[in-house]
Design a protein around this ligand. Structure first.
Ligand code: FES
Length: 150
């Protein structure tokens, strides 16, 4: 066990865990931030996507020891004062079906739009291709990201 001082959603958080503990479980089990979901656990589905210094990362395969003082943002902290434009677009397009993968989708979309604020449909498809949705909401995801980019 070791003590880690994290920066999560703008707050200092102290946790005492094994250094190999994936951030997904630190967030869910130790910090009660359960918006970040477990899908595959092997970096293949994107359900666990969070931001580390503004980059989308897979929390299931990122040990806490690799995080250091990076600014971690989860779906709970994406837009603390009202909806993020991506979330607004998600509502407008009624994107979710079962909803399970959607936090990861939104986190990936938000990080992508920050880097590429005016993407083409093809660029969106490519950027989102690693986030799997078993309900197949891909068409609405793409449309919502186009709306959010306007
Ligand atoms: Fe992390 Fe699937 S749960 S990528």
């Amino acid at each position: 066990m070791a003590v880690f001082n994290l920066n999560v959603n703008g707050k200092k958080r102290k946790v005492d865990v094994d250094p190999d503990t994936p951030m997904l479980w630190v967030l869910r089990d130790h910090l009660n931030l359960v918006g970040t979901k477990f899908g595959c656990g092997i970096a293949q589905c994107g359900a666990c996507t969070i931001h580390a210094d503004g980059n989308a990362i897979r929390s299931c395969s990122t040990p806490i020891s690799a995080v250091g003082d990076m600014e971690i943002v989860t779906i709970e902290g994406l837009s603390p004062n009202g909806n993020h434009p991506v979330q607004e677009a998600w509502i407008e397009h009624d994107v979710p079906q079962c909803g399970y993968c959607q936090a990861g989708q939104i986190m990936n979309a938000a990080a992508f739009l920050k880097k590429n604020p005016n993407p083409s449909k093809e660029e969106i498809t490519s950027a989102m291709s690693g986030n799997i949705c078993r309900c197949g909401t891909y068409t609405r995801i793409n449309a919502a990201i186009q709306t959010a980019s306007k």
